[in-house]
Design a protein around this ligand. Sequence first.
Ligand code: NAD
Ligand code: UD1
Length: 343
Amino acid sequence: MTTSILITGGAGYIGSHTLLEFLAAGYRPIVVDNFGNSSPEVLRRVEKLAGAPVRWHEGDIRDAQLLDSLFEQARRDGAPVDCVVHFAGLKAVGDSVAEPLEYYDNNVHGSIVLLKAMDRAQVKRIVFSSSATVYGEPVSLPYTESHRLAPANPYGQTKAMVETILADWCQAGAGRTAVNLRYFNPIGAHPSGTIGEAPRGRPNNLFPYITQVAVGKREKLSIFGRDYPTVDGTGVRDYLHVSDLAVGHVKAVEYAQATPGWVAFNLGTGRGTSVLELVHTFEAVTGKKVPYEFLDRRPGDLAGMWADPSAANEKLGWRATRTVEDMCRDGWCWQSGNPDGYV
Ligand code: NAD
Ligand code: UD1
């Protein structure tokens, strides 16, 4: 039987790259997005890249009637939704501390509304965008999926809560499947440079800040902390190419179709890179200078963290293949060709 997949937040940074991979793999995706942090232009560009139309609906996942109508429409079109890939949510840690209720409402309540609609439509599979932030202060590194969960801010709490809700939901009904993907630090862009990360306002994260300095939109990078117990005193993270991460979702849907129950996978490369290493690699690959200054540590930051991705390697058959050089080259291709993002 022909089936569809519903992608919530499919116009966002990771969602758009994943949408492209699903189209390339022959799936029939349907996107729902409220464009709160994205724009329909993203979907037009995905259509061009894929050479295929994209089915999309503007709306909010907290709108139960909208979700019911999307599931019903797919059924009437002869390709009922088989799996939901759930990206929609808010993701800025600082905002989540300032506006916790917005975060619990969008990320947790939104997920509950979605699961209830899935129940009504008898959709039993979901792939959820979780985060390495659920682990908190490392007891040991690399993090494995059994590392204790201790999120340090409301954003991280919403991810841990939804994971728990999904575990209880799976427990309560036969055949239900929830694949929780704990992303490490996705950066870069599709190699075409046509789609990429387009943060609104001042970027919170390191890589888009670097590219905005390189393109002349910001004067210099502030490096938060130079006294961490790391290779050069700056923070270490597990950066992975967003297109590798996107492929992980196709593998996760295949896995969900074969294996019922709740499961969590780290999606990372297993390698740490410091802030200075990333800056120097970016400069070497692009030939652009990135002026920087050192500031104090950013409150709440960890010294270092990276993944043990072996469970995803073995059980999903997924492995990150692109290098930090690839991430820098492709991220620069996007930023230099689109200095103002999708505007
Ligand atoms: P993004 O903001 O680019 O994408 C999220 C998309 O969801 C946006 O298009 C936004 O408009 C949409 N959206 C938000 N709330 C919605 C709602 N209530 N109804 C409908 N649409 C809604 O973010 P991203 O970087 O692509 O992240 C996608 C997911 O992955 C998020 O859940 C995020 O928390 C998670 N995640 C991201 C990272 C990262 O580094 N980018 C790391 C770990 C986890
Ligand atoms: C942040 C979030 C995390 C989220 C992840 C990916 C925090 C505390 N955590 O993680 O929840 O899952 O983004 O979206 O915000 N850095 C600078 N200068 C900058 C920006 C960052 O030096 O302008 C440093 C940081 O101190 C850190 C590294 O760069 O050492 C990476 O930072 P960032 O890209 O914000 O990612 P995380 O802190 O890992």
